[in-house]
Design a protein. Structure first.
Length: 217
């Protein structure tokens, strides 16, 4: 209810600015007012901090390109991907694959990161919100591509085989920091943003690549 009131007030403020001006306000003026409205509408509460609204340069560049209806410049995209690849934290013990059963629990869970959660609350992956993963799943999102048979299609027959190393490392990197492979990816940067722990990322990797996982049946 409070958020709806704040949104209404924000819209009213913007309309007031537009009607008060004899000429159309510039995009700079609108952006400034929007930033002020957003800043005034959010506050720290529980574990959720208003700082989550802070965006890095990649966010700004990707958002600007999307608003303009244009593709991000190829060289800029490559630069963003290279910078984010350097930010990928690889497993400290060298082991990339965890327990696919735990990975399935994470994929099904959308829990976490709300102001009522405790700092010790483990976040879910909420993977089915954007992807098809298990053929038996009757409801799933389509924002992201289907991941059904992810490992099988990439010929991962044994997670300990050297032949599977490149696929498994890519999978880890993609979950940890998706922008390392797609500059303007809308996929959460699960590891980089602190959404998932290293152990949780291992379990999600297992869900995708382990031949015994329902993903690959």
């Amino acid at each position: 209810m409070k958020k709806n009131i704040q949104k209404t007030l924000g819209s009213a403020a913007l309309l007031a600015l537009l009607s008060a001006c004899s000429t159309q306000p510039s995009s700079v003026e609108i952006d400034k007012l929007t930033a002020e409205i957003v800043k005034a509408s959010f506050r720290d509460q529980g574990i959720v901090k208003a700082s989550v609204l802070n965006t890095d340069e990649a966010n700004k560049l990707c958002s600007a390109a999307e608003v303009a209806g244009k593709e991000l410049d190829v060289n800029v995209a490559k630069s963003i991907e290279a910078a984010n690849l350097k930010l990928v934290k690889w497993p400290t013990d060298g082991k990339f694959v965890g327990d696919w059963k735990e990975g399935e629990k994470l994929a099904q869970s959308g829990r976490g990161m709300t102001w009522t959660d405790l700092p010790t609350t483990l976040n879910g992956g909420n993977c089915y919100n954007c992807h098809q993963i298990d053929k038996a799943e009757i409801s799933f999102g389509t924002i992201g591509p289907s991941l059904y048979n992810y490992g099988k299609l990439r010929q991962v027959k044994d997670v300990s085989s050297p032949d599977s190393k490149a696929v498994i490392e890519y999978t880890w990197g993609k979950i940890w920091n998706s922008r390392a492979y797609n500059a303007c990816s809308s996929m959460p940067r699960a590891g980089h943003a602190g959404i998932m722990t290293e152990a949780q990322v291992k379990h999600l990797v297992a869900l995708l690549v382990d031949p015994k996982s329902p993903v690959n049946q």
